[in-house]
Write a protein that binds this ligand. Structure first.
Ligand code: CP
Ligand code: NVA
Length: 316
């Protein structure tokens, strides 16, 4: 026990598993990841070294740009005693020089876990199926599970609970919204999503969330979604890969901007969340994101603590 600095020692049911959507985990396993994240955050705050991943290496494959994911995984791996290396699209393009499964098989011969940020979820699943080491989705077109773990951690810290907490997501029914829906379903948070017509979440994801315990409420009215919410969340209107649609989306999404007027429909203690990067004046006003209700930088920090917990549990 001592050598784990007070953390519950592994192995756990999570050892060796992939994290592609969060839906592969039970509610109890999500709670376990969050519990370890809380402990790892406290250890880090106290500057107590904890290096259970000494000698282990994480490969980080990036097919899209990143700040938070790249830095939080690399620093997190270092803090746990391991090493991380980053592969850019110049070095590795999934499905271009070789098949996704060959990439997975080869990387697994050198390293202990693979984090992938990419476009196509099917290619990611193929790579993960071939690699016999844990594969973590660092954002794909459909999912952003590591973001959702940090979101849960932030909501729990700020509001004291997840079960029964009303969370509102306003904007594009994208990867971040999908993972939030799965995360809320697994932890009993009540999610309402407001989106413009034709930009709702993928019905397959809503079905998945329903099967995990909760169907998000979908509406085209942002005020209805935000009414009584204790956390109001938004994301960019055009995700990576949708740059050509950005101008058209600005017009369509304008009524979905999170501003003080919309925040007025939430509870008086409501917090504002955003996965970042943010576009002030588009999906959120500067007044809200830079105002007293905003927790976006705590949320960004929590990426590292949540991912360290995930790495620790998958790799120990
Ligand atoms: N939230 C998030 O994933 O940020 P990056 O794109 O900077 O990694
Ligand atoms: N939905 C955004 C999230 C960025 C972290 C995107 O995919 O670009």
């Amino acid at each position: 026990m001592e050598q784990y600095g007070g953390l519950t020692p592994p192995p756990t049911s999570l050892a060796g598993r992939d994290c592609l959507t969060l839906a592969e985990f039970t509610s109890g396993e999500i709670r376990r990841i969050l519990d370890e994240a809380v402990k790892l955050k406290a250890l880090r705050r106290s500057r107590i070294p904890f290096r259970p991943l000494f000698g282990k290496t994480l490969a980080m494959v990036f097919q899209k740009p990143s700040n938070r994911t790249r830095v939080s995984f690399e620093v997190g791996m270092y803090q746990l005693g391991g090493h991380a290396l980053s592969l850019s699209p110049q070095e590795l393009q999934i499905g271009k020089r070789e098949t996704p499964s060959d990439t997975g098989m080869v990387l697994a011969r050198y390293i202990d876990a693979i984090m992938v940020r990419t476009f196509d979820d099917e290619e990611l699943a193929e790579l993960a199926g071939a690699a016999d080491v844990p594969v973590i989705n660092g954002l794909s077109d459909l999912h952003h599970p590591c973001q959702a773990l940090a979101d849960l951690l932030t909501i729990q810290e700020e509001l004291g609970a997840l079960e029964g907490v009303k969370v509102s997501y306003v904007g594009d029914g994208n990867n971040v919204a999908h993972s939030l829906a799965i995360a809320c379903a697994l932890t009993g948070a009540q999610l309402s999503i407001a989106h413009p017509e034709g930009h709702g979440p993928d019905p397959k994801i809503i079905e998945l969330a329903a099967g995990l315990g909760a169907t998000p409420v979908l509406t085209e009215d942002p005020r209805e979604a935000v009414a009584g919410a204790r956390a109001v969340y938004t994301d960019v209107w055009a995700s990576m890969g949708q740059e050509a649609e950005a101008e058209e989306r600005k017009r369509k999404f304008a009524p979905y901007q999170v501003n003080e007027e919309l925040m007025g429909y939430a509870t008086s203690d409501a917090i504002f969340l955003h996965c970042l990067p943010a576009h002030r004046g588009e999906e959120v006003t500067a007044e809200v994101i830079d105002g007293p209700r905003s927790r976006v930088f705590d949320q960004a920090e929590n990426r590292m603590h949540a991912q360290k917990a995930l790495l620790y549990l998958l790799l120990s």
